[in-house]
Design a protein around this ligand. Sequence first.
Ligand code: CA
Length: 501
Amino acid sequence: MTMQIQAANKPMFPNANRRAFKPKPACGIRGLLLPLALPLLVFSAAGQPAAGKPPPAPPNIIVILTDDQGYHDVGFNGCRDIPTPNLDSIAANGVRFPNGYVSYSVCSPSRAGLLTGRYEQRFGHERNPRFEPENPRSGLPLSESTLADVLGRVGYQSGIIGKWHLGAHPDLHPLNRGFNGFFGMLGGGHRYFPEELTLKTTGDAGDEAASYRLQILRDHTPVRTTQYLTDEFSDEAVRFVERHKDRPFFLYLAYNAPHTPLQATEKYLGRFPNIKNPKRRTYAAMVSAVDDGVGRLLAKLREQGIEENTLVFYLSDNGGPTDANASNNDPLRGSKGTPWEGGWRVPFAAQWPGHLPQGRVYEPPVTSLDIFATAAALAAAPVDPSRPLDGVNLVPFLTGEQTGVPHETIYLRMYDRGAFAVRSGAFKLVIPQSGSAPQLFNLAADAGESSDLAGAHPEQLARLEERRAAWNTQLVAPVFDGLLSPKQRSKTATPAEEVDP
Ligand code: CA
C-alpha cells in the first residue's frame, strides 16, 4: 500500500517540487478558478508543474471504452477479418499496451475500478448490480470519488456518453458522481435499434433485461433517439468536443458495443460479406461501427486543433465472451467472467501527440486503474489520501523519464467464485475457483496459460501466493447483491451473471 500511494502521488515532472497541496487558483486552467472546498485542505497534490517553467496546460482526457470486445479483435492486436483503422491509429500515433489489464473480468466492477482508480474489491463493488432504481446501495458506493469528481475540482467539465452501469438509483446517477452531462443508459446493456426503445421512465423497467428497452437519457430526461445506438453515441461525442473545445474536459465515451444483443445495421453488416458465421458477422459490424465513430471523434480533435492537448485512452471493459458474441481473445486462454488472461487482458492503447512517443509498444503490465492516476497527475488535481489510488501516472514511464515498471504486481479477485489472479513480471498465479489448487504460468513463454509450472517453480508460486494473501486482507466482501440470489449463486461455480451482462 505504501508503495502504491507514493507512486500515485509522484509528480509528473522529475524536477517538480514535492509540496503539500495549497488552495489557490489552479495553474494553467485557462483562467478558471479552482472551486475551493474545505475538505481540499487535507488533500495531497497528484502532480505539480516544475518550478520556473510555465505551467503546462492540463490536457483534455478522453476514455473510449468498448464493452466485451475480445483481446484479438482490433487490428493492432492482429485481427484480420475486422478492419479497425481508427482504433489502430491511436496505437500508431501513441502507445500500444499488449499487457493492458482491467481490474475485473465483467462489466460493472471493471468500470468501478476504472472510474475510481482503485481496486473495486477494496469497497465491495465486486458484482454486476441489479437494475434497482429504488436501491441506493446497488451501485458504486458513495464513499468513493470518481475521476469526474476529482477533475471537476480543478475546473474540468466532464461528460459521460453511453453505458453507466454503476447504479440506477438517483443518488448514483452520473450527475451526482462528478459528471456535468450524461447521454446514455443507467443499466448494463441496451438494444441498438431506436424502435425497440419503448420504455420511457426508469420505473417502467422491472429488471436488468427490461432496462435494455428504456429510452436514452439526456441527463435525467428520456429522449427519443432515431439512429443506431452506436452512431448516436459517436455523434454525441463529436458534439461534446465541439461544445467543450475551449476548456479542459473529460469525456468518458462508454460504448455498449459490441456487448449483446448482437444487432447491426446493413451499413455495417454489408462490409463483411466474407464472414460466414452470422454471429461473428454481426459482431464485426458492431465493432466497425465503433471504429467509424472513433474516427469521427479523432478527426474532430484535429479539426479543432486540440489533438496535441488531448490524451486519448482506448480499451475494452473486459475480455470477450466468446460464446455470447463470437469475439476472439487469441492467443489468450479463457473469456469474460474468468481469471484467465482472456477475461481481464484487453485491447489497450493511448495517444497524446507531441507528449507520448509515437508507435511505441510498451510491454510491462499496465492497468485501467492507471488512467485515473495519470489524468489526476496531468491535471494537478488533488486526490483524497484516505482513498489511495492503486494506479500510477503512466506518462513518465512512457516517455522514459522514469525507469522501472509501473506495477510490480497486478491483482484480480472474483469473490463469488473464489477465484484469484496475481501477475508479477512474467509469472502469473491463478486460482480458478474456490478450493482449487493454485496454478502458475510463465506468460512470456506461454501466453495461453497451457503449462502449469506450480511444481517446477515452487519458489515463484510461494512468492505470488504470499502477495495474494496479503492483498486479500485489504479487501472487503461485496456490499450489494448481484443479479443472482445467494441461493442461486451457491449452485453454480460460474454464476450466469458473470457472463451476461
Ligand atoms: Ca463488459
